[in-house]
Ligand binder design. Structure first.
Ligand code: MOS
Length: 710
């Protein structure tokens, strides 16, 4: 494969549209005669409710007030997308008088204007018969999941072991055994979730903010009992999501319900406050990591035991302890993952779900062990490099950890680090240097694409994928132009519409691998077809001679490579922090990351992805904390004034990135491993480890706020 475009830093093909405001987001698909809806949400965590809507119904501009008393009964046929918890059932909206969590949708007002809808919501009188609720994870019962979840098509056992970790820990020369806590965190994309719904008979169109249009169509079809082909979902632009757009949340159903009752298009847009109740969140986790080692720094025991919050109505769990099974070599390993069911809404995937939280605990534990052993943290990891995946007992398809440590350490200047805490200073600032290992699975799912070659020498290439920010529009255009052998400006890529060939969820860092491979396959076939018909090697010339469009579709799916290889991206993250000894403020000064993530299709958008992940990691380490009122499950800081996220002033001057060259044809046809999520893994533990090095204080409960350092 020549690489005229693949591997080149092509600027975003949709950059002009985005920067000039020409890009259309879900709430901006203006419909004639659109009505606006606002959602009424419960203010208790559990109980039964009665409503009096008489005042609201008489309010100006009100078209309909829907509650469980008058909302149409919906079929809610069975439907599970890959992003839905396998156990239990999604929230059924407005179908009965039961409240299971704070912020549950219990009513919908449709009105002429959004202000009228919001006003009328305030006029609905709700009376609750509260019931006992569990809203504090410390009081919740922690249980084993009832079913094994699937990761990469494989079962994820809630409990695994090799050797005897308990005994090995008891007899270890050196050991650490600690508890790490990460609070709930919420996705805060700039664009709030929004849906416009319009019915035409029993056909429905949804303009929706989504990371998976195909699943939205299938789910809403199941909810309303119409054939999936009757539902079209359009979502060309997504203003950030980080996982909040993976599932089809209740407001999508409410928009369709409102439109059906009002008999006109209805728009629902969540407020920033509603983002904390309406679209899931990264669950609060509590983890024990215990590591034992011999004096020479070889791991002899590893126990990683964690649990996370979930709702009463769905059993959500994520890959919290997975990485501990293979990241470092150790003969005696025990992992367990449990859940705590509570009167809260269901959490969901948030950037690097599971790995981000689990690797935080593991990599802080490794740093604590390095201190106990008096061994350099990088050296400790190098001494425990596994020859293969010791959990699956399979070779890694590729694993660039050593190279990542070497490159990142060198670029960071790690050899100049003095090992004792509080030994490095810059004026009055305490300087700390810390590091961590990163990993994220290579995910590759079935995908389809179509290429249409036109006699004018241009091509339309398409797949129903999304682009929530990584640059999918651009990278797919690159793959298509490269494969077709056409100038990139003559290739148009189309996504975000269920009318296009089916794509998997735009999540799990799998889009480049999956949709990219499908695009490559479709373009290869189209080129072969055209050249086969017309001869020659110049595709534009061939299609001109053929004189009519050529359309070719292709489907790709993983083969048996997962049975032969353990497939993951790996990386190393090094961080410099400065801590103000009087104020306890932590500033991240430098982040240096090196990643082995397979082929990098576009180093410019890849770099942008990684910078975003690093900044996300700063938020996780130092700021983000959804404060839940433990008495009633209410989110106390459901706004961007009090839920702190990093802003430009919080980003380091130096964010240095290296993509270690990796040629891994085994993972998928394109040889890519995905970058969206590994970029965030490892950042928070590297920061926590740097804070320890700066201050001598080991903070095991995120976020590391000044009060914890004083
Ligand atoms: Mo990502 S949490 O799979 O959008």
């Amino acid at each position: 494969m020549t690489t005229q475009y693949v591997g080149q830093p092509v600027s975003r093909v949709d950059g002009r549209q985005k920067t000039t405001g020409a890009a259309t987001y879900a709430a901006e698909f203006e419909q004639t005669n659109v009505a606006h809806a606002a959602i009424l949400r419960s203010t208790v965590a559990s109980g039964r409710l009665t409503v009096d809507t008489s005042l609201a119904e008489r309010a100006p501009g009100v078209i309909a007030v829907l509650t469980h008393r008058n909302a149409p009964k919906l079929p809610y046929r069975p439907h599970k997308g890959a992003v839905d918890p396998e156990m239990d059932e999604r929230l059924h909206v407005l179908q009965d008088d039961r409240v299971t969590h704070q912020g549950q949708p219990i009513g919908l007002v449709v009105a002429q204007t959004v202000e009228q809808a919001i006003h009328a919501v305030s006029l609905v009188r709700v009376t609750y018969r509260p019931e006992a609720a569990i809203t504090d994870v410390a009081r919740a019962q922690v249980v084993m999941p009832t079913q094994q979840k699937t990761d990469q098509g494989e079962k994820r056992p809630p409990q695994t072991g090799r050797g005897d970790a308990q005994a090995a820990l008891a007899s270890a020369d050196v050991k650490v055994d600690q508890r790490y806590v990460i609070p709930r965190e919420n996705h805060n994309p700039i664009e709030m979730h929004a849906t416009i719904a319009a019915w035409d008979g029993d056909r429905l169109t949804l303009w929706d903010k989504s990371q998976w249009v195909n699943n939205v169509a299938e789910e809403i079809a199941a909810v309303f009992g119409v054939p999936p082909e009757n539902v079209r979902v359009v979502s060309p632009f997504v203003g950030g999501a980080f996982g909040s757009g993976l599932r089809t949340w209740p407001h999508v159903t409410l928009a369709a319900l409102g439109a059906r009752v009002a008999k006109r298009p209805v728009k629902v847009m969540l407020t920033r406050r509603e983002m904390y109740y309406g679209v899931g969140y990264r669950p609060h986790t509590v983890q024990r990591v215990a590591i034992g080692a011999s004096k020479d720094g070889r791991l002899t025991a590893l126990i990683h035991d964690g649990h996370q919050e979930t709702s009463t109505y769905e059993e959500y769990s994520e890959a919290l302890v997975n990485a501990s099974r293979f990241l470092h070599s150790c003969p005696n390993v025990y992992t367990r993952q449990r859940i705590a069911r509570m009167n809260i809404h269901t959490p969901t995937y948030m950037r690097a779900p599971g790995e981000c939280s689990g690797v935080f605990a593991l990599e802080c534990g490794m740093d604590e062990l390095a201190v106990a052993l008096k061994i350099d943290p990088v050296e400790l990891r190098v001494r425990n490099e596994p020859a293969q995946d010791e959990f699956k007992r399979l070779p890694f398809s590729s694993r660039a950890t050593r190279e990542c440590y070497r490159v990142a350490a060198e670029r960071f200047g790690w050899s100049r680090r003095t090992s004792s805490p509080r030994s490095m200073r810059d004026g009055r600032w305490l300087i700390g240097w810390g590091m961590a290992t990163a990993t994220y699975p290579m995910n590759y799912a079935p995908a389809s694409a179509m290429a249409r070659l036109l006699p004018d020498g241009t091509a339309d290439v398409m797949s129903a994928s999304s682009d929530m920010g990584p640059g999918t529009w651009t990278s797919m255009t690159q793959v298509a132009a490269e494969t077709l052998g056409l100038p990139i400006e003559n290739v148009r890529f189309h996504l975000g519409d269920t009318r296009l060939p089916k794509a998997p969820v735009h999540g799990g860092s799998m889009t480049m691998a999956s949709v990219g491979s499908a695009v490559q396959a479709a373009c290869r076939k189209a080129r072969d077809d055209a050249l086969g018909q017309a001869g020659g090697t110049d595709l534009a010339e061939a299609i001109r001679r053929i004189g009519k469009p050529i359309e070719v579709s292709a489907d790709v799916k993983p083969g048996d490579e997962g049975k032969r290889f353990s497939m993951h991206a790996f990386g190393a993250v090094f961080v410099e922090v400065a801590v103000d000894p009087d104020l306890g403020e932590t500033r991240v000064r430098r982040i240096v990351g090196a990643y082995g993530a397979g082929r990098v299709v576009n180093p410019k958008t890849a770099r942008s992805q990684c910078i975003g992940g690093m900044i996300g990691g700063i938020g996780m380490a130092l700021m983000e904390h959804t404060v839940v009122d433990l008495r009633n499950g209410r989110v106390v800081n459901a706004n961007l004034a009090e839920y702190a996220v990093p802003v430009l002033a919080d980003t380091p001057q130096v964010m240095d990135l290296t993509f270690v060259e990796e040629n891994d044809p085994n993972v998928n046809p394109l040889g890519v491993k995905g970058l969206g999520e590994i970029a965030m893994v490892g950042v928070a533990p590297a920061i926590a480890n740097a804070v320890y090095h700066a201050t001598g204080k080991r903070i095991r409960e995120l976020p590391i706020t000044p009060d914890k350092l004083l």
